[in-house]
Every structure is written in C-alpha cells, then in structure tokens.
Design a binder for this molecule. Structure first.
Ligand code: 9MG
Length: 259
C-alpha cells in the first residue's frame, strides 16, 4: 500500500502531491514500482496535526482519486475518518476505506456497511492532536486485542461483512517506542482474528528514535527493516512511502515464507 498524501502538512511528504497532476504522476510511479494499493489521504494524521473540514478534505482527495481512476484500475484506498468523505471517495472510484479512527466517528459504521467495501480498522489511543502526550496501556497487546474484539463486533452488528475487515494496530498512534516494539515483536498475536493485518511503520518517528535521525526522509533503511519484520510476523499489507525498496525486500521475505 503506497502512501499518497494530498495534504500540505504531512510529516514526511507534506505539500509535494497536492495538485492532481503531481499526485497522479506519483501514483503512476508507485504503480510501476510495484504498489498494489494507492492510499490517498487529505488530512494529516501526524501527532499534533490540525483538523480539516469535510469540504477541504473532499477538495483535496476527489480530483486525485478521479484522475487516478481515469488512467488505471489500481486499487485505491481512501484514508479518512469522515463518513461523507468515505461515500464521496468510493463514488469517485476508491475501493477500500482506511480509517485511523477505527470507524468510531458518528455514521462511519453505517456508511461502510452501505458502501460494502473492505475497511481497515486501525487502533489509535486518543486523537492525533494529543495522542503522544502520555500513552498508557495495562498491556498493549491485550488492550489492542480487546479493542479489535469490540470493533469487529460493532462492524458486524452494523452490517459490515466480517470478511471485509482488515485490522491494524496503529504503530505510532498513541504509543511509546516501547509499545511500538512490543507490537512489532508480537504482531502475530493478532492473527487470532483470522483477518488480514495491515502495518504502517514507514518513516515513522519510532524509527527515527531508534536510528537517531530526526529527518523522515533519512529513514528508508529502517523503514524497509521494519516492513520485513512486520511481514515475517504476519502483516499482509504494508503501508509505505518507498515502494521499490520495500517491494524488493518483501519479495525476499515472501520467497522464504513460501517454503
Ligand atoms: C493514514 N495512516 C498513517 N499511518 C497509518 C498506519 O500506520 N496505518 C493505517 N492504516 N493508516 C495510516
């Protein structure tokens, strides 16, 4: 899953792809490099990010989704928590909903049930503005397992097909470095749900903390290492910025895992 931010303030590629022409060129490049899904987002979810109105988010993502869809049948996911944006994006050609808020906004469950497309339900403690202030868990694996149990039940009760659910522990979303490492090490524990797991570690600050580099663009090697570890521990979908490097590394993983 290749990241395509149409936001001016994303943590790693803010402002680069906020015209349809540059966004489509970037999507085409990422497809050539082996992306299976293009994840289009119009609201930054980095710690401390400001909220965006429905209209602004629609103005950012719809022209990009429409333009990609005109030139390709690649799978497009829409990174949003707003039911209005989910519906308009699917109408414009998106195939998957990627919600960092785990479909907890009012109307999100009903919208996804009606849209009948796969949904990525991500765990986040708190909200982007404040989530890194002081994250606390009794046991990060048990707490997120419990969250998944509750959200799967809520999804199914709302009419979302169980087989349409993808789970994501939400690396960096209300978690310390220690929490993130415990999640990475024990990712396979979430296979109890027998649903696909998505992991997004690419260029995240947890990697910057480990390698001692403040700049997201200097985290390529650490990101590839993290993607490999997540794959070996059961992640089916990796959300990444650097498609070619990750694709090559995952091919090596998959060759070994297929034995
Ligand atoms: C939008 N976004 C940013 N980070 C993410 C992550 O780790 N997972 C998912 N599903 N979406 C993310």
């Amino acid at each position: 899953m290749a990241v395509l931010n149409t936001t001016p303030d994303s943590f790693s590629d803010g402002g680069q792809f906020n015209s349809p022409a540059t966004a489509v060129a970037q999507a085409e490049l990422m497809m050539q490099q082996g992306a299976d899904i293009i994840d289009v987002g119009g609201e930054s979810t980095r710690p401390g990010a400001a909220e965006v109105s429905i209209d602004d988010e629609l103005r950012r993502v719809l022209p990009v989704i429409e333009a990609i869809r005109r030139s390709s049948d690649i799978c497009i996911s829409i990174d949003t928590s707003k039911p209005e944006v989910m519906c308009a994006a699917v109408d414009a050609g998106a195939n998957i909903i990627n919600d960092v808020n785990g479909l907890r906004a009012e109307g999100a469950l009903a919208a996804c049930a009606q849209l009948n497309v796969p949904v990525c339900v991500m765990h986040m403690q708190g909200e982007p503005r404040t989530m890194q202030a002081d994250p606390q868990y009794q046991n990060v694996i048990d707490d997120i397992t419990q969250f998944f149990e509750q959200r799967i039940q809520a999804c199914v009760e709302a009419g979302i097909k169980r087989e349409n659910i993808i789970l994501d522990p939400g690396f960096g979303f209300g978690k310390t470095l220690q929490h993130n490492l415990q999640l990475l090490k024990n990712l396979q524990d979430f296979q109890v749900f027998d649903l696909p797991l998505l992991a997004g570690l690419s260029r995240k600050s947890m990697l910057g903390q480990i390698i001692g580099d403040e700049l997201p663009e200097n985290r390529l090697h650490a990101s590839v290492a993290a993607a490999v570890l997540a794959r070996v521990n059961g992640a089916k979908i990796l959300r990444v910025h650097d498609v070619q490097a990750t694709r090559d590394a995952l091919k090596v993983c998959d060759a070994m895992l297929s034995l």
